[in-house]
Design a protein around this ligand. Sequence first.
Ligand SMILES: O=C(O)CCC(=O)C(=O)O
Ligand SMILES: [Fe+2]
Length: 203
Amino acid sequence: MNTHFDSIADGLAEKGYAIADDFLSPAEVSAILNLDTFKAGISEFKKAGIGKDQGLQINEAIRGDYIQWLDKTSSPDAVRVYLNRLNELVQFLNQNLFLSLKDYEVHLTVYPPGSYYKRHLDQFKKNDHRRLSVICYLNPDWKPEEGGQLRMYLEEDQLDTLPQAGRLVCFRSDQIEHEVLPATRERLSLTGWMLDQLVDVRI
Ligand SMILES: O=C(O)CCC(=O)C(=O)O
Ligand SMILES: [Fe+2]
């Protein structure tokens, strides 16, 4: 059993969020960074939008990241390691927090220098099946002066987290407002959600 799972479940139950360092090892991170798709740069990615399906809008003033959805059935091995671990985490949280998570979805994400994502909640208003947001960062040796913090707005205060390689942040999608601050350096991550419905079922 993954040693991080207990502390992630405790954090979610007690505070609505959890941060786990070394969720991916340095070798696992570097295998992902070596994928052709990351090496090719953002030409392989799509500009991320706001809302979904027909309501999807591109709005640079709100978010400036680029994404590439992962296909769970045909991912390269480096990514599969991460997806399998998330899948185990889903089972663990279902058993230990009595959740009924059914599936998860993940995209690769690139924030070019200077881009950001303004304060928001991850649950879309209608037809929303996102229960937990899970982000794993892929940036070795990130320094505080490089910016790019994830800022979570908690009840009493706010909490800034650096997008350090291997670090996983997980939080309640319906409760925790958050934003991504601009960075002076490209900021890479795996961004995902645990859902209470199968991905395939969604319209
Ligand atoms: O990359 C992060 O730290 C957060 C990303 C985010 O808020 C989102 O994609 O909804
Ligand atoms: Fe978000």
